[in-house]
Design a protein around this ligand. Structure first.
Ligand SMILES: CCC1=C(C)/C(=C/C2=NC(=C\c3[nH]c(/C=C4\NC(=O)[C@H](C)[C@H]4CC)c(C)c3CCC(=O)O)/C(CCC(=O)O)=C2C)NC1=O
Length: 161
């Protein structure tokens, strides 16, 4: 896993250089938004279950996926879906704190698309649910932190699409 600091330093190191202006700006922005990130993470962790629940209500509930024959139908599969959304929320929060998406590649997206395809988990509905989580999260943490989180929710959506 990388974070905003190691990623900037590693790329300078590869070139054997000090950080240039653009790299310094990246770090500056990361440090300036530090409080915002930590505050957002604590709000999200205190409300994780309700964020997921509200997102499901907004996007999936009473849709085809929850009806007989749908991929979320049966309690076991419904629970698997909720658990997946909880993973996405938690790992997006980690990535937002780190200011870097690499943890998503390593722990979440690696092999996920193939798993979903083989189990018939509908990607379009999953993306809808993640987008709903993005909205619910932004309404809780505010626009600036919401935008930060949105980067990583979107990263997951592209990763499974
Ligand atoms: C931390 C990293 C990590 C991720 C991301 C992960 C995802 C993941 N989701 C799975 C299943 C699943 N995922 C879903 C999800 C959904 N179905 C829908 O219709 C909805 C649209 C959607 C929820 C948004 C469902 C229903 C299953 C069970 C499918 C089945 O067994 O038939 C499976 C197969 C094994 C299992 O059932 O546990 C994995 C590996 N596991 C991990 O360890």
């Amino acid at each position: 896993m990388q974070d905003a600091i190691t990623s900037v330093i590693n790329s300078a190191d590869v070139q054997g250089r000090y950080l240039d202006g653009a790299a310094m700006d990246k770090l500056k922005n990361y440090f300036q938004t530090g409080q915002l990130r930590v505050r957002a993470a604590s709000v999200i962790s205190a409300n994780a279950a309700s964020i997921v629940k509200e997102a499901v209500a907004k996007s999936l509930l009473y849709s085809d996926v929850t009806r007989p024959g749908g991929n979320m139908y049966t309690t076991r599969r419904y629970a698997a879906c909720i658990r997946d959304l909880d993973y996405y929320l938690r790992y997006s929060t980690y990535a937002m704190l780190a200011g870097d998406p690499s943890i998503l590649d390593e722990r979440v997206l690696n092999g996920l698309k193939e798993t979903y395809n083989s189990l018939g988990v509908p990607v379009a509905s999953t993306v809808q649910a993640i987008q709903a989580m993005k909205e619910v999260t932004a309404s809780l943490v505010g626009a600036d932190a919401g935008k930060e989180m949105g980067v990583y929710f979107d990263y997951i959506c592209s990763g499974i699409s």
